[in-house]
Design a protein around this ligand. Structure first.
Ligand code: SF4
Length: 494
């Protein structure tokens, strides 16, 4: 980095938070940005949700004025100066001190020429990183000469229930951070010069991989920083916690090279399978699981979405809303499955229609087989609390669930190609040879995102195509369970 560049260095809030997570990431962001992969789809979703939430927070202050940042940060600074004189709420006010700069989500005039800073988050819970974020703002604002009275965090109020138009003042909980934020401002004061030194250095720091790679955010360099590891490495150890880091520090990278002494029972099975390349099959345990399935059996799977902003009356932020189900019914052992599906098409609450349709296809007797059944059970419970007309029916289902995931989690069956995962996406290929690879929608997250997009946004010209892909995806989820159970049965008979 040239001397002139070094002299003019200043840290933005996002780079400061990035520097707190990892000095290597910070250095790369400034010195080799092309090395850092762009945000993935789910990060982009989070950003977009953040913008939407931010727009609602601004509506709490109808006389607020937005700073125009379309030209340059400097232009934003000048505009901010003018607006500060007018004593109106300001959105995206820009501040620059000698070595740091930031934009405040919302700045509200308070008494005696002072100002309140409001940082808006799309989450409902206060996190440590939020304090560090606001602490940076307080430090930089003071350095830039702003007289700050209080600092708030506007968090989503998860108890808000929509009734008509969104009421922004009820959608948020204002958390007053003032009494504790000074200590986080001090952290910023201490850390900023150190981070600037890191950035100005000619060498990229290497702190090594660790828990910081995922906290508070999954680092975009995550895969690159682990590229020194072999494909089948110790980080796939089932529920490995800190152990993979200890193994890497001891120079053990390959899963097959791990000494099984000291491992849990499941980890030992995993490592033994890794060494032999053969699956582990506990026929007795599989048989016990299969015996739990009573006929007619209903193989059932739901797809859901959730959003910070409730989309219909009666909805709350971050409520999990089921919009689709697939059920394969097997009348008796060995008989052909009968498929029923439901995919809601409307912008109101799907739950009444969803529950009615499900009631029609789940018979009064027999097992309900769901992979990770607690998810489906919780959805039904919550839906029947909100719509009590389904409560009695739900009560009659509650004890009929059978969950294949539990059997895989107990390692009654384990194949080395599962790579330590019991997800149906990993189990299906190793047991049946089928996979989700050719599906245009092959993940629950994609299903939620795409359903939401074509249902609630104007970006929906491919709606029919997406709905067809959703039908195929959810159908495969239940058919996968039918096939997995069928293969397990064959294993026990052979
Ligand atoms: S993956 Fe970990 S070590 Fe690599 S840059 Fe990110 S936080 Fe730092």
């Amino acid at each position: 980095m040239s001397e002139s560049k070094r002299a003019g260095l200043a840290l933005s809030k996002s780079r400061y938070l990035c520097g707190l997570q990892c000095p290597k990431l910070l250095w790369l962001r400034y010195n080799a940005p092309e090395e850092v992969p762009p945000p993935d789809k789910s990060s982009l979703d989070i950003f977009e949700q953040g913008h939407l939430v931010g727009d609602f927070a601004k509506k709490i202050f109808p006389d607020g004025v937005e700073v125009d940042h379309s030209r340059s940060f400097e232009y934003g600074l000048t505009q901010t100066e003018d607006l500060l004189k007018k004593r109106v709420p300001i959105f995206e006010a820009a501040f620059k001190a000698e070595n740091c700069y930031f934009r405040a989500d919302i700045l509200v005039p308070s008494d005696q020429n002072r100002w309140d800073i409001i940082e808006v988050k799309s989450s409902g819970d206060l996190k440590d990183v939020n304090n560090l974020d606001v602490g940076f703002q307080l430090h930089a604002a003071k350095k830039a000469g702003l007289d700050v009275r209080r600092c708030y965090l506007a968090l989503i109020n998860k108890n808000y229930v929509r009734n008509g138009d969104i009421e922004p003042s009820k959608l948020f909980n204002m958390i007053d951070l003032t009494s504790s934020i000074e200590e986080f401002a001090k952290v910023a004061e201490e850390q900023i010069p150190k981070m600037l030194e890191t950035i100005a250095s000619n060498c990229c720091p290497d702190p090594g991989i660790g828990n910081h790679c995922k906290k508070p955010f999954r680092c975009p360099m995550f895969d690159k920083c682990r590229s020194f590891l072999p494909e089948r490495n110790v980080f796939f150890l089932y529920r490995g916690k800190e152990l993979p880091f200890q193994l890497v520090n001891a120079g053990i990278y390959e899963l097959a090279k791990v000494d099984v002494s000291g491992l849990t029972k499941h980890q030992s099975i995993q490592v033994e399978c890794e060494k032999t390349g053969q699956p582990h099959i506990d026929e007795g345990e599989i048989y016990s699981f299969l015996k739990n399935i009573e006929y007619p059996a209903f193989y059932m799977d739901f797809e859901t979405w959730m959003s910070a902003i409730p989309m219909f009356d009666g909805g709350s932020p971050y409520e999990i809303i089921p919009f689709q189900f697939s059920v394969h019914e097997i009348a008796k052992e060995g008989s052909e499955p009968k498929h029923t599906s439901f995919l809601y098409d409307g912008v109101d609450d799907p739950r009444p229609a969803f529950m009615r349709a499900l009631m029609k296809c789940i018979g009064p007797k027999g097992s309900i087989v769901s992979y990770n059944a607690s998810f489906e059970r919780n959805i039904l419970q919550k839906s029947s609390e909100i719509y009590p007309e389904f409560a009695e029916w739900f009560k009659s289902l509650k004890n009929r669930f059978v969950d294949p995931l539990l059997m895989f989690r107990s390692f009654a069956y384990y194949h080395p190609q599962q790579n330590g995962s019991c997800s149906i996406k990993k189990v299906l290929p190793v047991i049946t040879g089928q996979s989700y690879d050719s599906m245009s929608i092959g993940q629950g997250m994609d299903a939620s995102r795409e359903y939401f997009r074509v249902t609630f946004t104007e970006d929906n010209s491919d709606k029919e195509k997406i709905r067809k892909a959703l039908e195929e995806y959810c159908c495969l989820d239940t058919m996968a369970m039918v096939d997995i159970v069928g293969k397990l049965r064959e294993m026990c008979i052979e």
